[in-house]
Ligand binder design. Structure first.
Ligand SMILES: Cc1ncc(COP(=O)(O)O)c(C=O)c1O
Length: 429
């Protein structure tokens, strides 16, 4: 036995079996059942440390993007490390407040905030509302006026920057996309804003997309935010004190190079060099993706049209990234490190041809009953899970050293129908 069970970070094999830190994945599956998401606390700590060390010379604050993994225990862990949060809904605000984030820890992005969501955000006194349209600005000014508040606003800029991400659905910063306010209209919006009594322009924000492996687009965005900041200030419209460069840092799912954090820091420095400015970043995936695996048990094997098909007890409702983004996740047998010898489609039980985790993938030969681990599923895994096919959502487990805890209970069939009725109480229309 090599290293101490307590000191290993993340996932290791011992005598052929996969462990998360000091806990055998087999043990978790046996105790909690499958499918189950497992997260390594040490990986989240290590990623947070890695990012903040790379940015240590800059006036940067990390606002974790809650959408990547919004489980309360994960939020609490990131809070204990010093992170704030970036939220995109009233539900995420509720989660953030529930784990003790205070107003100053929270920034609120999103193209379609409702009046109710804005009211709650204003009441919570959050650090910044990242406004994405002129319409939203008017609604927010009214809401803040009714509540007797003056709220800090960052304008989310659509900088018209194309990023090279693995799927077009994870790009957000090109002209014509729904996100942000076109960069060439920001000055006009700032002018409109200057006449609004209940909103105060304090920041500019840009989020380019997700799973970005190159620092160059961040440098472009930083230059653009600085240019806009200077124009706004030289017109005397506002004093800009925060520049928010969004999230998007990529991770290694299979063989992608890890992001160059020194180059990323150099790009952020372009914005940080502006006097009197604090930089915000909103990483999600980078902090939590590697921490997670989805454990699933093989239910059946079959052959069709010359193909081997492995059917698992997890489906696209539990983990939708391969179906939605055609994302590639490594898949490993939990209790065997035999060399891969089976070429198979690994699919779920959901009644959709799009319900697959991998096609034509070479994996270790696994029999029904054996466990598979889908790697790098800590981000946009459970948080995108649904009840499609009336499947209860899986459990979530956090591992820390040689201990583990269920942080989200598995849904029951009763949970599925709790809010429904088969006997409608009709109302007059
Ligand atoms: C506004 C905003 N900030 C941050 C993020 C987090 O992105 P990532 O998980 O790629 O870091 C997103 C994700 O889409 C986002 O929309």
């Amino acid at each position: 036995m090599g290293q101490s069970l307590l000191t290993s970070v993340g996932y290791v094999r011992r005598d052929g079996s996969m462990f998360c830190e000091g806990v055998a994945l087999d043990t978790i599956a046996g105790r909690v059942g499958t499918p189950v998401y497992v997260y390594s606390a040490s990986v989240i700590r290590e990623r947070y440390q890695r990012l903040t060390s790379a940015l240590a010379e800059l006036p940067v604050h990390v606002h974790y993007s809650v959408k990547a993994n919004s489980s309360l225990a994960i939020l609490a862990l990131l809070k204990s490390l010093g992170a704030g949060v970036d939220i995109v809904s009233g539900g995420e605000l509720h989660r953030a407040l529930e784990v003790g984030f205070t107003g100053h820890d929270i920034v609120f992005s999103g193209v379609g905030k409702t009046v109710t969501e804005l009211e709650r955000a204003v009441r919570a006194g959050i650090r910044s509302i990242n406004v994405e349209s002129e319409g939203e600005l008017h609604v927010l000014n009214d809401v803040a006026g009714r509540l007797g508040a003056v709220v800090a606003v960052a304008l989310r800029v659509n900088p018209d920057i194309a990023v090279d991400t693995p799927h077009k659905y994870t790009r957000t910063a090109e002209r014509g996309m729904k996100f942000g306010i076109p960069h060439d209209t920001i000055l006009a919006v700032a002018r409109t804003m200057a006449a609004m009594p209940n909103v105060k322009l304090t920041g500019l924000a840009a989020h380019l997309g997700s799973q970005i492996g190159d620092a160059a687009p961040y440098a472009l965005a930083a230059h653009e935010l600085v240019r806009l900041k200077r124009e706004i200030e030289s017109d005397g419209l506002a004093k800009i004190t925060t520049l928010d460069l969004g999230g998007g840092l990529g991770v290694t799912y299979h063989d992608e190079p890890a992001p160059d954090l020194a180059a990323y820091a150099a790009a952020l420095a372009i914005a940080a060099n502006e006097p009197g400015v604090e930089i915000l970043v909103e990483p999600g995936r980078f902090l939590v993706a590697d921490a997670g695996v989805l454990l699933t048990r093989v239910l059946y094997r079959k052959h069709s049209g010359g193909k081997d098909i492995v059917i698992t007890d997890a489906g696209m409702n539990d983990f939708i990234r391969p179906s939605l983004y055609e994302s590639r996740h490594d898949i490993e047998a939990v209790s065997s490190d035999d060399a891969p010898s089976l070429r198979a489609n690994i699919v779920g039980p959901v009644c959709e041809s799009g319900d697959f985790f991998a096609n034509d993938r070479l994996i270790t030969d696994v029999a029904p009953g054996q466990l598979l681990a889908l790697r790098t599923t800590g981000a946009y895994g459970y948080s995108m899970a649904s009840n499609y096919n009336s499947r209860p959502r899986p459990a979530e487990v956090l591992v820390d050293g040689d201990r583990f805890a269920v942080i989200t209970k598995r849904e029951s069939n009763a949970d599925l129908t709790r809010r429904e009725t088969s006997a409608p109480e009709w109302m007059e229309g």
